[in-house]
Design a protein. Sequence first.
Length: 333
Amino acid sequence: MPHDIDPRLLRAFVAVAEELHFTRAAGRLHVAQQALSRDVRRLEREVGAELFGRTTRSVALTVEGERLLPYARAVLAAHDELRAAFRAERRPLVVDVSSRVSTAQRVLDEARRSVPELELVARFHSGLTGAAAEVLAGRVDVAFGRVAGLDAAVRAGLDDVPVRYERMAVLLPVEHRLAGLSQVPVAELAGETLYAGAGNPATAAWTALAARLFARFSIAMAEPFPEVAGADEFVRVVRRRGWSVLASTEFIEVPDMVVRPLVDPVPLSPVSLVRRRGLRHPAADALLAASGRLGAAEGWLERPGGDWWLPDEDLRAMERGGTSRALGVGPSR
């Protein structure tokens, strides 16, 4: 008995066994009768037994054919189940959106509306540094965030598409001296201490971007703190410790705190869609299309007029996608 038998040969055998007629079996499989007979003879050679008794008027299973039939059906059922499980349009797409209030969540919601027949499953890692490792490991298909902060070896296994220049903001307690402003000039934060994920390895790319901004404007980084999992725990920890937090304008509501956009200059947080290199899935295509629609409607890839801030490596990473446009006065680095 050979180690491997082509499923096509087993499919030919089962069709003839069930029809007991070569012409009908060939029609059922949409193949020529001559090709079907050839496949059955090849299978008989491979198993070393005659599977059918043939006369000019009838076809009947031999004892060996009767013995093979249940095994052949079981193999074909498993083969069909395997194909169905990995068929692109059937497999759920796992998408990391970081937070339930985020650019990524908005893209996911739009994609779900456009392809209701497909399943897109959300994950909530706290940053792209951690989510990218999950993408490379195959546990997540798509994630969003700042690609310039990723290790070069990690980026080599990913495809990335620019999605948005988010505006940075600050999350302040309502009693903070700047909470009454509609927008906060970055210079007003000089001497302040802000939390920006230090101590959480999953948010290393975001923390590194914050460190660049803080160094330029004399803002202190809050001390490292263990990873805070989930929005509820984040709210509890932030309120307990009395932190002000570097954020983006897409941010969860925190009781007794307010989000204020930063200005003069406008610090930007680049968001790209990343996926495993070579990934093909209709739901991934739907995410790309959704980000394009939202971006076109809301100017996501337009940098603000006036003065804005973004490190050179982030600007290059976004422009590499060919979708950015240089607008406004330019970066204040």
